[in-house]
Design a binder for this molecule. Sequence first.
Ligand SMILES: [Zn+2]
Length: 166
Amino acid sequence: MRCAMAGAFFLLAAVSAVQGQQQPAESRNPNAPAAPQPAGSASPANQKKITEAAKAANSPAPGDHNFWDRENDLLFAGVGAGRALDYASTLNLRRRGLNEVFLTNSIVDNHPLFAGIEVAATAASIGVSYLFHRTGHHRLERWTSAIHAGVAAGGAIRNYALKTPH
Ligand SMILES: [Zn+2]
């Protein structure tokens, strides 16, 4: 949301800058009727205000933190561990002749491909966290990793718990 607002501010600032540049050309033509001014668009003071607002929206909010801080390092390690557990437990389940429910068996049985999917899932999770971080949703940013790690670990436990058919 904050990111969208920053974009809107930037657009406003750009539009008023363009309008500011066009004005001298218009005022040089004495026959041209005075162009109606949209409220709050033209004066340099307003432009400055908008530029400052855009700057404020882009700068880190109070209570902001480095994306690669200790908490995120641990959370991402947790996601990676969860995905590794999922990988190991799914291969264990396949060795026991059970079927993978979420992916097709042909993907899971292609071990480098399956490992790549686990890595991609970890990377995607970090990417989502980063988006939340950049948009100022630091709580969602942490929860993305925490829930992902939890779901992956939970799935691994379920995989190991499945009974081998005899
Ligand atoms: Zn953050």
